[in-house]
Design a protein around this ligand. Structure first.
Ligand SMILES: [Zn+2]
Length: 140
């Protein structure tokens, strides 16, 4: 067994941060010009064209706006998988895989929360991680 520490590979560099407790946070952009929050962080604001975009930790919970099951996946991706739009509690709409969405499809508007998991495997067979959402089963 190797003691080598392997840094996680993320599908979108800089998209996953951590809070003080080490829990994952989705990192978006906060526009210094108009206050718009978006994910992923853009180079330029689509509302006011400001190029001053700050990093902001987004809400970890939201509601399932919609999702679809994809049967023809890209190479390295599991198939089938569910891809969703989630409306976060801070008003940002995010596109992400929906955990367990194929086997146990949740109703629309179901509460969901952020997790980090394997999006695909790369050419070396190494897991590439991304943000995902899973239905919330316990009371907050
Ligand atoms: Zn703006």
């Amino acid at each position: 067994m190797s003691a080598e520490v392997v840094e996680p590979r993320y599908a979108l560099a800089g998209s996953i941060g951590a809070d003080e407790a080490g829990e994952p946070r989705l990192m978006g952009g906060l526009c210094a010009g108009c206050g718009a929050k978006v994910f992923p962080k853009p180079k330029i604001c689509s509302s006011c064209w400001s190029t001053e975009q700050k990093d902001v930790a987004l809400a970890t919970r939201g509601r399932l706006y919609s999702f679809s099951v994809v049967h023809a996946a890209r190479k390295g991706w599991p198939s089938p998988y569910a891809i969703a739009y989630v409306d976060l509690e801070d008003g940002v709409r995010v596109c992400a895989p929906l955990e367990d969405g194929v086997a146990n499809p949740p109703p629309l508007d179901a509460p969901v929360e952020l997790i980090v998991g394997t999006l695909r495997t790369d050419a070396d067979g190494v897991a590439v991680l991304s943000h995902r959402f899973k239905p919330v089963t316990e009371a907050r």
